[in-house]
Design a protein around this ligand. Structure first.
Ligand code: ADP
Ligand code: MG
Length: 313
């Protein structure tokens, strides 16, 4: 296969034939056209993933493909939106790379019932995937980084540090390491995001660059601070899983500052406490005056200097 249009048709278009009922012009034209169902708003996010930056060069490319789609879906999770479409740019070094990436991308679209509404397929010196995702949310109800309120509690849904641990194991040659699947397989928590939004949660983000770094985005966005209690972190299932393998210091570092967790960090009125516990969320702390995240141990403020992952470093 060496013809661009054959490749697009057989690797992508034919394999994801699903079309949303509110799409009026689907994949195959110069652009796609979509209706927005009444009472809904369109939520859009775009993300690039580049070989050697977002995945180690020896990662199987079908895994890179699925990760790229799932990472985008995670942004919709943070907004409380239901995924509907993706638009895809695939930059591939060669045919084999294109085929491998298509497998993971196609499988993810089929699993999550997402329409592949358009794309671009390009040969490139580096493998890379850009996914733009579109979803729907009831008007005015999208969760944001600017809606945390004084009096709110700070909560987490999902794992922290396990992906970083898996990446570390993979890079050290321990390719069957216990945590490797957590790096390779991103679970986009959009069903949970939708549930949170339906419960009335207004402020949420997905953690992609480390808990502390991303928590600061919520603080800045909402013009307040967070106080996060270390004993709450230490009681997280993720931390407990890491502890026997990496020890206290490294496990803590991974949980607080590891990247690519795709967990949801949100704030909630204390009246939702019991409901959130039933959902499997973990309370980390509460909102305070200020502009950043402070860490406490048994309510005493402690110094903790870690930086999250910087994709531009
Ligand atoms: P254009 O001529 O407008 O640049 P292309 O030749 O790049 O369009 O693509 C032809 C059609 O195939 C378009 O509808 C485009 O959205 C779609 N397409 C291209 N690459 C992909 C892909 N990797 N996955 C899904 N659709 C694709
Ligand atoms: Mg065209």
């Amino acid at each position: 296969m060496n013809h661009e249009f054959d490749a697009i048709r057989t690797l992508f278009q034919q394999r994801v034939p699903f079309k949303q009922s509110f799409t009026s012009i689907a994949n195959g034209d110069d652009a796609s056209v979509h209706c927005i169902p009444q009472g809904m708003e369109l939520v859009i996010s775009t993300d690039a993933a580049v070989a050697g930056i977002h995945w180690p060069l020896d990662t199987p490319l079908h895994i890179a493909g699925a990760r790229a789609v799932h990472a985008s879906l995670s942004d919709l999770a943070a907004m409380g939106a239901k995924p509907a479409w993706i638009w895809l740019s695939v930059l591939a070094e060669n045919n084999d790379a294109l085929i491998a990436m298509s497998h993971g991308i196609v499988e993810s679209c089929l699993t999550h019932h997402i329409e592949l509404a358009g794309g671009d397929t390009v040969r490139s010196p580096n493998n890379a995937i850009n996914v733009t995702v579109g979803g729907l949310v009831p008007k005015g109800s999208a969760m944001t980084r600017t809606s945390a309120q004084q009096g709110d509690e700070v909560w987490l849904l999902g794992d922290l540090g396990l992906s970083t641990a898996g990446l570390k194991q993979w890079q050290s040659g321990d390719i069957n390491g216990k945590f490797v699947p957590h790096f390779q397989t991103i679970q986009p928590l959009y069903p949970q995001g939708i549930t949170l939004r339906e419960m009335g949660i207004q402020s949420c983000l997905d953690i992609s660059d480390g808990l502390l770094q991303d928590a600061n985005h919520l603080c800045h966005g909402s013009d307040l601070g967070f106080s996060i209690e270390l004993t709450n972190i230490q009681s997280l299932d993720s931390y407990q899983q890491l502890l026997p393998h990496f020890g206290a210091e490294e496990s803590l570092n991974m949980v607080l500052a590891g990247g690519e967790d795709y967990a949801l960090l949100f704030t909630a009125n204390p009246s939702l406490h019991n409901q959130l516990e039933v959902l499997g969320a973990h309370k980390l702390g509460h909102c305070i005056k200020g502009h950043h995240v402070q860490l406490t141990h048994d309510d005493q403020v402690i110094d903790y200097d870690v930086k999250g992952f910087d994709h531009f470093a």
